[in-house]
Ligand binder design. Structure first.
Ligand code: ITT
Length: 194
């Protein structure tokens, strides 16, 4: 079994990628690896933040690992919440407060389009690789649904009229930024990691 550490403290992310990775890989979260660390994400780019998270864990463990950083980018807000998505409404990382702030800022905007963007950084045998996944969509007028996490209750992917929080995981994964990035990761691992 090919083992990889997923450098995240976000259990929702781990749950989402599991079905996409399916068989063949054993993915351990930080908790499952016995690692307790909150890795800072100090940079203005998803790429740099993802690389930092993966490098930190690689330096600690010497094991193959990957991390991901995700942002919601809204066009009429010049890409906000962007890399600061987790702390948009403050250090409490409160999803309800973050979505509330976003809806407030959009209240007088006609253009509600935006995207989720995920960047995965993989370190395999000491080499770094990046994979990107994008999901275009728009921001709902108010939160709908109780599934998922983070901004899911206000994000409607292009091609549907439900928010991510109104979808089962398998349905979200048909559209999602994270599933797209993970499927590129899987293709790469299948061709190079035996
Ligand atoms: P890590 O341990 O992996 O860093 P995190 O929760 O800090 O976990 P991010 O910095 O990537 O993760 O999260 C950015 C923000 O975007 C955060 O508020 C999430 O709730 C939100 N987010 C990320 N992916 C999302 C998704 O698929 N749907 C809705 N919101 C999402």
């Amino acid at each position: 079994m090919r083992e990889l550490i997923f450098a995240t403290n976000n259990q929702h992310k781990a749950d989402e990628i599991q079905p996409v990775l399916r068989d063949g890989f054993k993915v351990l979260t930080l908790r499952e690896s016995g690692i307790e660390i909150d890795i800072p994400e100090p940079y203005d780019s998803l790429e740099e933040n993802a690389k930092t998270k993966a490098r930190t864990i690689y330096q600690m463990t010497g094991q193959n690992c990957f991390s991901e950083d995700t942002a919601l980018e809204v066009n009429s807000l010049n890409g906000e919440p962007g890399v600061k998505s987790a702390r948009y409404a403050g250090d409490g990382r409160d999803a309800g407060a973050n979505t509330g702030k976003l809806l407030n800022k959009l209240s007088d905007q006609e253009d509600r389009s935006g995207r989720f963007r995920t960047v995965i950084a993989l370190i395999l045998d000491g080499q770094e690789y990046l994979f990107e996944g994008i999901c275009e969509g728009s921001i709902a007028d108010q939160p709908r649904g109780v599934k998922g996490f983070g901004y899911d209750p206000v994000f409607i992917p292009r091609g549907d009229n439900r928010t991510f929080a109104e979808m089962d995981l398998a349905e979200k994964n048909q559209y999602s930024h994270r599933a797209k990035a993970v499927s590129k990761l899987v293709d790469f691992l299948n061709s190079s990691y035996h």
